[in-house]
Design a protein around this ligand. Structure first.
Ligand SMILES: Cc1cc2nc3c(=O)[nH]c(=O)nc-3n(C[C@H](O)[C@H](O)[C@H](O)COP(=O)(O)OP(=O)(O)OC[C@H]3O[C@@H](n4cnc5c(N)ncnc54)[C@H](O)[C@@H]3O)c2cc1C
Length: 450
């Protein structure tokens, strides 16, 4: 048997642990570098691999009607260590998969440290990896150490690495009421690749606007954590409710300015306007421009459904503002997660701009498999875009808009639309459509794994 030189994985969290497992299980030696407990993060408490820093939930385990449940199932079928340990140490949580966090992390640690092909090295990788590391997975997560983050930022460029996510809510396009909203760019301007109708606009009259501003001010908010306050942060991405507090007209002169737009449903210029911009190449998702927020999730749903046209909006993800280190993956990475400008480095986990424990582990799983392909001289085989794994990968490596890229959970809005129809020829809706996505995904995954 050929002796392969090791693959290096930096970061023993959700993504790095899964990547290391996939590599070792494929028969390739792996050196896993984890800085804890030598260097600590602001959120981790233990020295275990795959420590869950907050909630103990992997969210819905429903593989038929929920995209994250589907991702669980796909990962199980790919031999995921994270999913095996979660299933072994689950605790009752209704339809969700929740785990006993200590037993879960201890199990992942034990499986990796007793694997004959895994070497665990405790210590920080404090800059770009040495050149002799020819095949590296960087999976250092949302709290990547500053020295490594700064080295990545210096190499890729100032704008390409963020220390905060500033997420504006994202809605499913087909839940926007176009009998009230309309497509138009300000002054009908045709920008690069645009049509003059690039935004969806939701108009407000004076009364609606003032009620909306009051709701933003009154809404219940989350706080910045103490350690988040010291992180580089920009005045340019203030939470929407902070802008609202600065004066009733601040938003009308900012992201809600009504200029260059006429509401075709009334023929009038609106008093204020909320603009939504296309968020993925498929056009199935739109984000509320400038609406990053610290409002609590339930409050966001209540307040943002006050916007005319969004009364029945379904949110693919809600807004937020958190400490989070991530790169502009759609711009920087190739389809197999390699840094285009230094292909020996491959990225995985939350640093790629996916969001959540499961998504991070899923991208780790793919990175591990791709790293093995590179090491054995094979071409990395990417999963079909119709699978949850493939949809997530496609989103972060090119499907998302690079200009406005922000971390994303897996959701059915990332999948290419299903072509299956009802017996009467009409499009599928609701649960039927979700089921069709899931069935197609698992069939296509079987083909890919086969
Ligand atoms: C405060 C907080 C709360 C969160 N809550 C949730 C939640 O409730 N649910 C959810 O789904 N997601 C949550 N997330 C997101 C969560 O962190 C990620 O989903 C997931 O842990 C990311 O996995 P990862 O492998 O990319 O990073 P991590 O799991 O963070 O793993 C990265 C590892 O890399 C190590 N490391 C960093 N820099 C270096 C270096 N230079 N050298 C060596 N090792 C290094 C770290 O010590 C860490 O062990 C939260 C994130 C934060 C910051």
């Amino acid at each position: 048997m050929t002796q392969h030189s090791p693959i290096h994985v930096i970061g023993g969290g959700m993504a790095g642990s899964e990547a290391a497992w996939q590599i070792a299980q494929a028969g390739i030696p792996v050196i896993l570098h984890e800085m804890r407990p030598v260097v600590k993060t602001d959120a981790h408490q233990t020295e275990h691999l795959a420590e869950l820093v907050c909630s103990n939930s992997f969210r819905s385990d429903d593989a038929e009607y929920n995209a994250v449940g589907l991702l669980h199932e796909e990962m199980r079928r790919c031999g995921s260590l994270i999913m095996a340990a979660a299933d072994e140490h689950k605790v009752p949580a209704g339809g969700a998969l929740a785990v006993d966090r200590d037993h879960f992390a201890a199990k992942v640690t034990e499986k990796l440290t007793t694997h004959p092909l895994v070497t665990l090295e405790r210590g920080e990788v404090a800059g770009l990896p040495p050149e002799e590391w020819d095949n590296v997975v960087v999976a250092t997560g949302p709290l990547t150490s500053m020295k490594l983050a700064e080295a990545i930022r210096a190499f890729t460029g100032e704008e390409q690495l963020s220390f905060f996510d500033a997420i504006a809510p994202i809605v499913h396009t087909d839940s926007i009421d176009l009998s009230k909203a309309w497509f138009q760019s300000r002054y009908d301007k045709v920008g690069p690749g645009g049509t003059g109708k690039d935004y969806i606009n939701c108009a407000m009259d004076k009364e609606q606007y003032e009620a909306f501003i009051q709701a933003l001010i009154d809404g219940e908010k989350g706080d910045f954590k103490e350690w988040e306050k010291n992180t580089p942060y920009f005045e340019g991405c203030l939470p929407i409710e902070v802008m609202a507090e600065r004066g009733v007209d601040t938003l009308r002169y900012g992201p809600m300015k009504p200029v260059g737009l006429t509401n075709p449903h009334t023929g009038k210029r609106p008093y204020a306007v909320v603009q939504l911009r296309q968020d993925n190449a498929l056009g199935t998702l739109y984000n509320l421009v400038g609406f990053q927020t610290k409002l609590k999730y339930a409050e966001q749903v209540r307040v943002f459904r006050m916007i005319p046209g969004l009364e029945n909006a379904e949110f693919a993800r809600l807004g937020g503002l958190h400490r989070n280190t991530f790169i502009n993956s759609p711009r920087l990475l190739d389809g197999a997660l390699r840094l285009k400008s230094m292909p020996r480095l491959r990225f995985a986990g939350q640093i790629t701009g996916c969001e959540g424990y499961v998504e991070s582990a899923a991208v780790g799983l793919l990175a591990g498999r791709f790293a093995v392909a590179d090491r054995t001289g094979a071409t990395p085989s990417t999963p079909p875009r119709t699978t949850a794994l493939g949809a997530l990968l496609a989103h972060i490596t090119g499907g998302a808009e690079a200009e406005t890229f922000q971390p994303m959970n897996v959701n059915f809005g990332l999948f290419p639309p299903v072509t299956e129809r009802q017996p009467n020829g009409k499009e599928l809706h609701g649960k039927d459509r979700k089921l069709a996505y899931s069935r197609r995904a698992l069939t296509d995954l079987t083909g890919w794994l086969g």
